[in-house]
Design a protein around this ligand. Structure first.
Ligand code: GLN
Length: 197
């Protein structure tokens, strides 16, 4: 099938939605804010933004979106979770006392708020050799840590000893927020992943 223009969805129920739309619009793709089940029929890839994973997980259930997202990902749709989005994509959450109902898709174990509360949020420049990026400003806001990964998960970047960016076939996560900086490279990498999926 000839695809005229790739359509990338941004889950539009809570968190840094517009910032992801703005980052995607630096590339030649159409963006769709996903709020209803029908929106999922139109897209070739989906971003789950950062925000509050408990809230997003509750709203995913209330809007009846979880099962359809899971099916589309299992059928090969590209998906990228940033921060809270990474928590939602994970298969395992350590000490899940907030009761996040994760989508159970990517073979990673995460720990929420692993750097501490809001005052321990920070920015640092990182090299992402896998994407040939030097001094990429990585913004961490009440970020999770990825404590374990399955054997099919590829590490795309580390910060000190922590895995902060990873991919498992059509699934991608970062514990930082590229949409809050002005560099579109990670979004462009995700778009390529969606083209291949
Ligand atoms: N700490 C948040 C959570 O656990 C995630 C923060 C973020 O997405 N910036 O849901």
């Amino acid at each position: 099938m000839l695809i005229k223009k790739l359509k990338i969805g941004v889950l539009g129920i809570q968190g840094s939605i517009i910032e992801h739309v703005n980052a995607l619009e630096k590339s030649d793709v159409e963006t769709i804010i996903v709020r209803e089940k029908q929106d999922l029929n139109k897209i070739h890839g989906l971003i789950i933004p950062g925000g509050e994973s408990t809230t997003i997980s509750k709203l995913l259930e209330r809007f009846n979106l979880s099962e359809k997202i899971k099916k589309k990902v299992k059928d090969g749709m590209g998906i990228y979770g940033t921060c809270a989005g990474a928590i939602l994509l994970s298969k395992r959450i350590i000490d899940n006392n907030g009761g996040v109902k994760n989508l159970n898709l990517m073979d990673i174990t995460v720990c929420r708020n692993a750097y501490g509360s809001q005052i321990y949020s920070f920015v640092d420049n990182i090299d992402i050799n896998e994407l040939k990026l030097k001094m990429f400003p990585a913004i961490f806001i009440r970020a999770p840590k990825i404590n374990e990964i399955g054997k099919n998960v590829k590490i795309l970047a580390k910060y000190k000893n922590d895995i902060i960016f990873a991919q498992e076939e059509n699934l991608m996560v970062s514990t930082f927020h590229p949409e809050l900086g002005d560099k579109p490279d990670i979004h462009k990498y995700f778009i390529q992943l969606c083209k291949r999926s």
